[in-house]
Design a protein around this ligand. Structure first.
Ligand SMILES: [Fe+2]
Length: 381
């Protein structure tokens, strides 16, 4: 008999909110003011628009308009735009815009949260809207009455013709996905890091009516990360549309765009590599959300994700909880790059000392966050 040690291959078991282990604290669930039904678009400020426009084209967006002041892009889906970059003094993510349900009363945001009405000319795609500021100071737009546009042509997904050992529909035919940018159908989700995780989770749930699909908690049982989906009632919604990550700074993490299928992800990677863009991570499969993913940096270092084959849930599906670990981000594929963790340098040290001095974070929480990130992602490797 062989005496070679065998690696233990396992992932954390999720717990339903109604059956949490002792010591795990459920995420508080405030009453919602209204209900978001779509992440409509993201707004950017860029010092130089041309490199962003080129990246967006190579990444698979379609440019709707481009002037010296503003670039607007869409996917092939019916949304009139999914990304807007305006020329400015900084390279920064300005904020997201959400489409709200028809029965949401935007005036309630004006009355209860001091939201300001947007001028109709300021909203690409038309309609009405209000602007709010989240607890981290980021601008959030809530919109209604946007007019859908005719979808653009896009090839059919090849998945229906996938041959497996059990099912082989493709006979006398080949797989030849075109070498082209991964056609983006729509904007899927946005992920932000925040120091005040509890405050931000409370605010975004109240403002958008979003539902935590998966919550991750620290070793003391306190929630520190939430993957939240839209409340589309009995219609399936993406596993996550907004993700809040507890951390040591207020930071855009990434945004994600749905492409047609896995071959689009792969051919899209070839195109982006050939055009000299900076790859970050992938191709792999996530655990929470299950998407096949591929991550790229835009010209100013902002992470953008292509994805396909994500999980869908209706509003009644119960929230699940797992321990927060770095390894729980991906099921397989290359290891997540070190750039996804805070750098251990003087700048981080100064930031952390500032947070401790302002009592924005406790030493205990900081220690637990560090433990979660430092635990080996693949202990068998
Ligand atoms: Fe993502």
């Amino acid at each position: 008999m062989s005496t070679t040690a065998r690696a233990v291959l396992r992932q954390a078991e999720p717990h339903f909110e109604s059956r949490l282990p002792p010591g795990v604290k459920p995420l508080s669930r405030p009453e919602a003011i209204g209900r978001a039904v779509e992440l409509a678009f993201l707004r950017w400020e860029k010092r130089r628009l041309a490199p962003t426009e080129q990246f967006w084209r190579d990444f698979g967006m379609h440019i709707v308009s481009s002037s010296g002041d503003r670039v607007i892009a869409r996917g092939t889906g019916p949304g009139p735009c999914i990304a807007i970059a305006s020329k400015g003094q900084h390279d920064r993510f300005v904020g997201p815009a959400f489409t709200m349900s028809d029965d949401t009363d935007l005036d309630r945001y004006v009355q209860t949260l001091g939201a300001k009405r947007l001028a109709p000319d300021d909203i690409p795609g038309g309609g009405a809207g209000v602007e709010l500021t989240d607890p981290s100071g980021r601008s959030v737009w809530l919109l209604q009455g946007r007019v859908a546009v005719a979808p653009l042509p896009v090839r059919s997904a090849l998945v229906a013709d996938t041959n497996t050992a059990q099912h082989a529909p493709r006979v006398n035919r080949t797989v030849r996905a075109p070498i082209e940018p991964a056609q983006i159908v729509r904007l899927g989700h946005v992920v932000v890091q925040t120091v005040d995780f509890a405050g931000m989770a409370d605010w975004y749930q109240r403002v958008l009516g979003i539902i935590p699909t998966d919550v991750q908690y620290l070793a003391d049982g306190s929630p520190a990360l939430a993957f939240c989906r839209l409340n589309l009632s009995d219609q399936p919604a993406d596993h996550h549309t907004v993700v809040l990550v507890g951390g040591i700074e207020e930071k855009y993490e990434h945004s994600a765009y749905e492409v047609v299928d896995l071959d689009a992800l792969g051919q899209g990677q070839q195109v982006l590599r050939a055009q000299g863009h900076r790859h970050m991570w992938g191709i792999g499969r996530h655990v929470l959300g299950s998407q096949l993913f591929d991550y790229w940096f835009d010209p100013d270092g902002f992470e953008h994700e292509h994805y396909t084959d994500g999980d869908l849930f209706t509003a009644d599906f119960e929230t699940t909880y797992t321990p927060l670990t770095f390894g729980s981000i991906w099921a397989w594929g290359d290891d997540a790059p070190a750039s996804m963790k805070p750098k251990k340098n003087l700048r981080t040290l100064i930031r952390v000392l500032g947070l401790l001095r302002r009592k924005a974070i406790t030493p205990q929480r900081l220690k637990l966050l560090g433990q979660a990130l430092d635990a080996p992602a693949r202990p068998w490797a």
